[in-house]
Ligand binder design. Structure first.
Ligand SMILES: Cc1ncc(COP(=O)(O)O)c(C=O)c1O
Length: 384
């Protein structure tokens, strides 16, 4: 093993999730898989070929660098959509490679017009509408000017999409706000239609949109976290269970497992501090093991004295502070622990599982952050 840990990606789990999610959609709806944040930490270069094999041909990224990575690795025909960052100097690349991108300011719209006058093909743009999130998107008073620019430049601008993003569809506490957003969006789509502008796709739904607000799956859905086997929130999972009955097993299966191995095993007497500082003192003669994974590899320092890992199918607690490259675990109650034993940081071993959210007492929304913090350098291997 060259690296101190590795990630396994389950093709079976991925296919299962895609099937479950696609089953919720009318087949005419285009399925865009969100692969931003290094494919939610799973590794863009590793995931993309796996999902291409599963028949996905539309990918959503945040930035132009991610679009370039996806474009380089793709084996088949597929569409790439940039939902966020693209500097003017890279618009030409995007347009010439048929990569579509969001436009949400007048400056960007004018820049596209300037660049698209010189390119050999039209720019495929998604006009993002502000409907209540107040992050990015055109405001209502800007729409007439937007529509006029689109109409005047219809030879060089192709209206690929009208879109918006929900401000928290994963929590029912946001029900009113999200419903209002959807209504505003639909109203604005009609307004564009009456203006004579018909987008190729109207799109709103993320994972929680599709699962909690099925009406929001319009012409295209942008699904991220659920592809990878995580519910956008515990609430979403419970709602799903309530509507579909208690299923024998979770319909979403985790794609990623993260593993390492034991670096050393040591006896420590009762009353000794472990790791830096004084945050942990043994209250019995203990057997502790060192795992060569620390916060520089994405195992948060917040998990000091809190996190769990699996060794020999049993749960071991992280003791003392998580260091940059190592952590210490208490294996006193686990029999026969040896150097080189497999350590599961996320995933299953024996009858036990460590889910990302059970890293400690966190809620599911932390999944997004923990996953995307997994460094790109950790090798990813596919398992079928
Ligand atoms: C604009 C946009 N669409 C879709 C998604 C996918 O969301 P999720 O991972 O919850 O499915 C995101 C993720 O943050 C997003 O920012």
């Amino acid at each position: 093993m060259l690296h101190t840990s590795y990630i396994e990606l389950s093709k079976h789990a991925l296919n299962h999730n895609l099937q479950f999610l696609k089953h919720k959609l009318n087949p005419a709806v285009r399925y865009s898989m969100v692969i931003k944040g290094n494919a939610y930490g799973h590794g863009l270069e590793s995931i993309l070929p796996m999902v291409e094999e599963a028949g996905i041909d539309h990918f959503a990224v945040f930035s132009v660098d991610e679009a370039m990575r996806a474009h380089k690795i793709k084996q088949k025909y597929c569409e790439i959509m940039i939902m966020g960052f693209i500097d003017d100097e890279y618009m030409e690349w995007a347009i010439e490679h048929d990569v579509s991108f969001y436009v949400f300011t007048m400056e960007r719209l004018r820049a596209v017009v300037r660049v698209a006058r010189k390119t050999t093909r039209p720019a495929r743009i998604h006009i993002e509408l502000e409907t209540g999130m107040h992050r990015t998107g055109f405001l209502p008073h800007e729409l007439t000017e937007v529509a006029e620019i689109l109409t005047k430049n219809d030879k060089i601008l192709f209206l690929e999409g009208l879109c918006t993003h929900f401000a928290g569809a994963e929590h029912m506490g946001n029900f009113d706000r999200v419903t209002r957003q959807l209504k505003r969006f639909q109203r604005t789509c009609r307004w564009f239609h009456d203006f004579g502008l018909k987008p190729r796709f109207r799109h709103v739904a993320c994972s929680a949109g599709l699962l909690n607000f099925p009406d929001s799956a319009m012409d295209l859905v942008r699904i991220g976290i659920a592809n990878y086997g995580f519910w956008p929130s515990e609430e979403t999972r419970m709602l799903h269970l309530r509507e579909n009955g208690n299923l024998p097993r979770d319909p979403l299966q985790r794609v990623l497992s993260w593993k390492s191995k034991i670096l050393s095993v040591n006896h420590v007497q009762e009353g000794e501090y472990v790791s830096y500082g004084k945050s942990y003192i043994t209250n019995r003669d203990s057997l502790i093991a060192v795992v060569p994974v620390g916060y520089s590899y994405g195992f948060s320092r917040n998990l000091s004295n809190l996190g769990h890992v699996l060794v020999r199918g049993k749960r071991a607690t992280v003791v003392g502070s998580v260091n940059m490259n190592m952590m210490v675990i208490d294996v006193t109650d686990i029999e026969d622990v040896k150097v080189n034993d497999e350590v599961v940081l996320i995933g299953r071993q024996g009858n036990n599982t460590i889910t990302v959210s059970s890293f400690s007492d966190m809620n599911n929304s932390m999944n997004y952050e923990l996953l995307t913090r997994l460094p790109q350098e950790i090798p990813r291997y596919r398992v079928d």
